[in-house]
Design a protein around this ligand. Structure first.
Ligand code: CIR
Length: 257
């Protein structure tokens, strides 16, 4: 899991108007900005060259750039976000990808797809079908990925209350290891991996982010921190309270390749 580049986008003033189910209160913008800057710094320290895009006030959730695309070293796929208020985020992402990737694909109507539903584990991709990503969107992406030699498997999470995206509940830490929300831990597709299962009360922390030699872990989840470090990884604790308030986690804040 070695990355060289990342794209992030600063939160706009309108961020407080984004979509949320978290019930954790309104984000405080100065703190959100400081947490974002610290996140960029952590990626930079991990060895990535990080592009920081300016805020796009028309799209309150646009700080969650992960949802607007899927990127690999040699190609990119522009998504088609499932939430109406987020659909236009790809208009701003298209020129950003065009500067960096010559091979590009795009999810088309009737497909919808949020990058948060797309979980890469080695040469395999798990594609979440969720309230945001529909079967048509997942099938389109599977077609693009298979052209590049990846195998794909669909994981349907539509029946799972409280899990927004697949990567809200499962993330690859590398070394054949998955970090899992207990509600997804017994899914047969994950049986061949080493599983680190976070306690249900720390479900938010299933979204940790492996970047090169470190694993970013959200602050305030001690059991997950212990789990990750005992398993032999090097955790770096990040403050992301203002993103948790809007249902966003560590992976959502960047595109990495
Ligand atoms: C949304 O509901 O779309 C945003 N408030 C949160 C998106 C989080 N993104 C992600 O998990 N990849």
């Amino acid at each position: 899991m070695s990355f060289q580049f990342a794209i992030t986008r600063q939160p706009a003033e309108s961020y407080i108007d984004g979509i949320t189910t978290a019930n954790l209160g309104r984000p405080e913008m100065p703190l959100a900005r400081a947490q974002h800057a610290a996140y960029v710094q952590a990626l930079t320290r991990a060895g990535l060259q990080v592009s920081v895009l300016p805020p796009t006030p028309a799209y309150p959730d646009s700080v969650f750039v992960e949802d607007a695309a899927i990127v690999e070293a040699d190609f990119a796929v522009l998504s088609r976000p499932g939430a109406d208020s987020r659909r236009g985020e790809t208009t701003d992402m298209l020129p950003v990808l065009a500067q960096r990737f010559t091979v590009r694909y795009q999810i088309e109507n009737p497909g919808t797809l949020d990058g948060g539903d797309i979980c890469k584990v080695g040469a395999r991709y798990f594609l979440g079908v969720s309230q945001r990503t529909n079967p048509a969107g997942a099938q389109q992406l599977a077609g693009f990925l298979s052209r590049h030699g990846f195998t794909c498997e669909i994981i349907d999470i539509r029946g799972m209350q409280g899990i927004l995206h697949l990567k809200s509940a499962v993330n690859s830490l590398g070394e054949n290891t998955l970090l899992l929300d207990p509600r997804l831990a017994n899914h047969p597709s994950f049986n061949t991996y080493r599983k680190l299962i976070v306690p249900l009360e720390e479900a938010y922390a299933a979204n940790c982010l492996r970047v090169n030699d470190i694993v970013l872990v959200p602050d305030g989840f001690p059991a997950t921190l212990e789990l990750v470090s005992t398993a032999g990884f090097t955790p770096v604790v990040m403050q992301v309270s203002e993103y948790h308030k809007m249902d966003g986690g560590l992976s959502c804040l960047s595109l990495r390749w």
